[in-house]
Write a protein that binds this ligand. Structure first.
Ligand SMILES: Nc1ncnc2c1ncn2[C@@H]1O[C@H](COP(=O)(O)OP(=O)(O)OP(=O)(O)O)[C@@H](O)[C@H]1O
Ligand SMILES: [Mg+2]
Length: 230
């Protein structure tokens, strides 16, 4: 069974002559262990797609099914439980809590959810993202790229089955951007997660199993590569 299914999902903002059809009718499937890229111009509907997939935004019509559960059939409380348990978000605006140190951003998750990374795994994650020296700092003391790496650590720490990342490498230099994509690939393959990355950077698609293009709210698959397991 696919981890993630979209059936005839559409999203329009506004109404009448101001209506914007941000996402045209879309069918989409994703499986465990797949790293998927979505590329496309600004305003084409990429963030709309990702926030609908993650249950943060409701579609105008159609269904989103995560691990067999139809999100539209659930109330907001049940949807937020699924988000907490299954989904790791790296949003375009970093979702760090301003008054918590880097270390406490992750520790906060231990209070609301079981099954997070072990101590050793967490330290490895800090190393992989090169944020071990930043643990006592607050978000306002970090550079954009450092904040972005902390946001990625936070998303991965809770061992989500689905990782949704909106421009996770936008504030990073090329070398760090490649490292982050390598990390996302490693996590996707080792933990058999389903990972969707929105990016402007077409160089990053080489790390991905599938690549989709979004143009004017229409999602089209442009590359499928046999999954490499390592
Ligand atoms: N809350 C909203 N209300 C009205 N229109 C919106 C809203 N959010 C997005 N839109 C419109 O929907 C379309 C798609 O926006 P979206 O944010 O999904 O694009 P995007 O591909 O993520 O762009 P970018 O690469 O700049 O982040 C755009 O025309 C945008 O102006
Ligand atoms: Mg966007």
């Amino acid at each position: 069974m696919a981890v993630l299914q979209l059936h005839q999902v559409k999203k329009s903002y506004g109404s009448g002559h101001k209506q914007v059809d941000a996402l045209k009718e879309t069918d989409f499937l994703a499986d465990r262990g797949e790293l998927i890229a979505i590329i496309g111009p600004s305003g084409s509907g990429k963030s709309t797609f990702l926030t609908i997939v993650g249950g943060l935004l409701s579609p105008t019509s159609g269904n989103v099914v995560i691990n067999g559960q139809n999100l539209s059939a659930l109330n907001e409380k049940a949807r937020s439980q699924i988000r907490l348990k299954e989904i790791g978000f790296v949003l375009q605006a970093s979702n760090l809590v301003p008054f918590l140190s880097v270390a406490n951003q992750l520790k906060l998750l231990d209070k609301v959810k079981k099954g997070n990374m072990s101590y050793a795994e967490r330290n490895q994650l800090y190393d992989d993202l090169d944020i071990s020296d930043l643990l006592l700092k607050y978000p306002s003391d970090l550079s954009g790229g450092q904040r972005q790496r902390v946001a990625i650590a936070k998303a991965l720490y809770s061992n989500p089955s689905i990782i949704l990342a909106d421009e996770p490498t936008a504030s990073l230099d090329s070398e760090r951007a490649y490292e982050v994509m390598e990390l996302l690939r490693k996590v996707t393959k080792q933990k058999k997660t389903t990972t969707i990355v929105v990016t402007h950077d077409t160089r990053l698609v080489d790390y991905c199993d599938k690549v989709y293009n979004m143009t004017d709210g229409v999602l089209t698959e442009i590359k499928t590569q046999a999954s490499v397991n390592y």
